[in-house]
Write a protein that binds this ligand. Sequence first.
Ligand SMILES: Cc1cc2nc3c(=O)[nH]c(=O)nc-3n(C[C@H](O)[C@H](O)[C@H](O)COP(=O)(O)O)c2cc1C
Length: 404
Amino acid sequence: MTSTMFSSLQLPNGSVLPNRIAKAAMEENMADSGQLPGAAIHRLYRTWADGGAGLIITGNVMIDGRALTGPGGIVLEADTPLAPFRQWAEAAKRKGAQVWMQLNHPGRQVMAAMGGTAWAPSALALDMGKHSKLFVQPKAMNDAEIRDVIARFAASAAAAERAGFTGVEIHAAHGYLISQFLSPLSNQREDEWGGSLPNRARLLLDVVRAVRATVSPGFCVAVKLNSADFQRGGFSEDDARQVILWLNELQVDLVELSGGSYESPAMQGRTADGRTLAREAYFLEFAKELAAVAHMPVMTTGGISRKAVAGMATALAIVPDLPAQWLAGGDQTARSQPVEWKDQVMAAVARMALVKRRLRLLGASRTAAGNHSALLSLILDQMRTRRLTRRYRRWSQARLITPG
Ligand SMILES: Cc1cc2nc3c(=O)[nH]c(=O)nc-3n(C[C@H](O)[C@H](O)[C@H](O)COP(=O)(O)O)c2cc1C
């Protein structure tokens, strides 16, 4: 029988996804105080559980409270209280989906307002044109700091398993720390962690090995990888092919292909190197080629809003039960709202703000029919971010005084 998006899928570790529609990671920026998941997150994930996806991947969860992608980020470290995470996993699993926690370290993609140190392979700040000053000047990591990151990924994965998640996805895409190591543009190290592709990929492969060695065999370990960075001289499609060959040897249960970074937001369908992406399903062509060498299932995310086999993010913020509607035979679409502003950076931020506003509405058990004003969503998001940044700074200061 030919498989469809509604067929179950057995993963390399023997566990099963009830169907092949995945809710891809979307950072909710909705942590309660203490950077923990709370009632709004639990409600949001109950909605997605009811929505019918066979796999629910959480928004990125930070492995180190000193390094957050945003001030409303959720942090899971070795000694974080697990009860709110147990409720989160329960909420997402209640209709039989698998739920994977996405684990991330932002590296240099941190707003300057967050305070503290930012770590990166090399001391090279993001180039965001006139918006560059909003981001930190990172410090190049030393060997001990790199090894600490590897141990932290493993500790967070072990905690996710204890909390009842069925897997983790290691975020190696979108210009965050592991992706920074993979790219020759951001990684200009001359030690064993930089230079050749085996050296640039060492952090990712060591993280995967450490995580796999810590969790049970039935617990899924996935990787989100850029099919390319879409920047001249960056991580290329050939690099991605080689990395997948290495991941083939490491008991990885799924690879999700995406692309881009803050500097080149290909995941929103736009690139910095002038390459044109398909109007829909941006990475499908790359995925086909890379899937040919992959031993594990390959999932592609980006620009998917109508029936297809894939991971979806934005579409499920607009219509959270789209998979259930498709399973029932419908062919609804859920296209995201276009934001065509001259300032590409602000347009990208506004697109994110629009989606995050929908996530908050869903978390408050409200539906979000119709379009919102992009400008108002952006202003609300910035006000909220400012408030959460103050809260985060108080939290991280208090941790410095009373560690643990
Ligand atoms: C609000 C928002 C937050 C996101 N947060 C994450 C994240 O935490 N981790 C991640 O891997 N991708 C994140 N993404 C990217 C999505 O997972 C996905 O790769 C991208 O949006 C393209 O898919 P789509 O066209 O279906 O939205 C985010 C996207 C949006 C819109």
